[in-house]
Unconditional design. Structure first.
Ligand SMILES: *Cc1c(COP(=O)(O)O)cnc(C)c1O
Length: 384
């Protein structure tokens, strides 16, 4: 069974309506609305070994429903779009890069993107692929596109929260014969829909806000080109980077609250950003939803919600560490997108080009007043 197109049920117009029903099968009397996870390494298969379900590395009915759901959110109403789920965001990212590029090809990657991209770059180069980089903001990708086979963009970028104009870059890339993949992790499909903006692939880590509870790793790739997606599917089969049925089922269950979570977390992120804006010790405050943010104009054109991550810089590493210690409602942890707020001093990992006092703050589902008050109190208590 392929995860294409909307199912036969009447779809409401709104995104919340779509999210609560996404991917559900036709109701069956005495069966649950969302069927439970199917745990199977192999399926009963006498005679000719034909699909849909033959072996657990190739297909699983729990993935099928989740893939349908993600496809409905990423490309509602569009036929011929295929979705594949993976064990993690990096499994999804790698599946596109390594299935689409060959020795001698060139690819453009963001210079300020997810922290594992430099590792990916080294691996691509080891396979004889030319890697060029460009920052997310400022259209610098246009200068390095000639002769490239794939343009990879991450918008908003993690952790710097720059934004690029997807439609504009897609037009430029397609005019030069390059495909475009968008890392949609930070935005989620309720924040932006890259395929509608012309991208060939929307790729994401479902570990973050898509599933939103900080308890599973997941990734997905959505694409409209059957041949390209067949190569991504083949890659998943070769590498075996498949999600467990339990993770896939938990992810699907979490999608029902996606709109609630994303709406709440983006509204609170704006409130936190506004609270931070009044503080003299805070510099480099970024949130694409702030009307005066450098990313806001482009973000407002292509995004419907601006995400749950706010970033800013405190004067020193010590001050940033004291601030993080003083927070009571915010867990010191990496990753983002969960219902419980988390924050970290990003420089502790190395790899990101950020100041020592740079904080990536992921806004959860707490009450906005409580969270803003906790942040302001922690800033006061951590002052020199
Ligand atoms: C987390 C993240 C990834 C990788 O996802 P995992 O699920 O951790 O493998 C890729 N891209 C972005 C933008 C991310 O934030």
């Amino acid at each position: 069974m392929r995860s294409t197109g909307p199912q036969g049920r009447p779809a409401g117009g709104g995104e919340g309506t779509r999210a609560v029903r996404a991917g559900l099968p036709e109701p069956v009397r005495h069966e649950p609305t969302l069927p439970g996870p199917v745990f199977a390494a192999h399926y009963h298969l006498p005679g000719e070994p034909t699909g849909p379900y033959t072996y657990g590395r190739d297909e699983n009915p729990t993935w099928t429903l989740l893939e349908r759901a993600v496809g409905e959110l990423e490309a509602p109403g569009r036929e011929g779009v295929e979705t594949l789920v993976f064990a993690s965001g990096m499994a999804a990212v790698s599946s596109v890069l390594f299935s689409q590029l060959r020795a001698g090809d060139a690819v453009v990657l963001p210079s300020d993107g997810y922290q594992a991209l430099p590792l990916v770059r080294a691996q691509l180069e080891a396979y004889g692929i030319e890697v060029r980089t460009a920052p997310t903001g400022g259209d610098a990708q246009l200068d390095v596109l000639d002769g490239a086979g794939l343009l990879w963009i991450e918008t908003p970028s993690n952790p710097g929260l720059d934004v690029c104009d997807i439609r504009r870059l897609v037009e430029a890339a397609h005019a030069r014969g390059a495909r475009v993949a968008v890392d949609n992790t930070l935005a989620t499909p309720l924040g932006q829909r890259p395929l509608e903006l012309g991208a060939d692939f929307s790729v994401a880590s479902g570990t973050k806000q898509l599933t939103g509870h900080g308890d599973i790793l997941l990734g997905y790739v959505v694409g409209g080109d059957a041949e390209a997606m067949a190569a991504v599917r083949r890659w998943r089969k070769i590498v075996g980077a498949i999600p467990g049925p339990m993770e896939a089922w938990l992810a699907h269950r979490s999608l029902a609250t996606l709109q609630l979570r994303v709406d709440r977390q983006s509204a609170t992120a704006l409130a936190v950003a506004e609270a931070l804006r009044g503080r003299s010790e805070v510099t480099g405050l970024r949130y694409p939803g702030l009307p005066d943010d450098a990313s806001h104009m482009i973000a407002a054109r292509q995004m419907r919600r601006f995400g749950c991550v706010v970033s800013f810089t405190l004067p020193t590493r010590a001050r940033a560490d004291r601030f993080l210690d003083a927070l009571r409602l915010v867990d010191a942890a990496t990753s983002f997108g969960g219902v419980r707020s988390t924050a970290e001093r990003r420089g502790r990992w190395g790899g990101d080009a950020v100041p020592e006092g740079f904080i990536r703050f992921s806004v959860g589902a707490e009450d906005p007043e409580d969270l803003a008050a906790d942040v302001l109190r922690a800033l006061d208590e951590s002052a020199d």
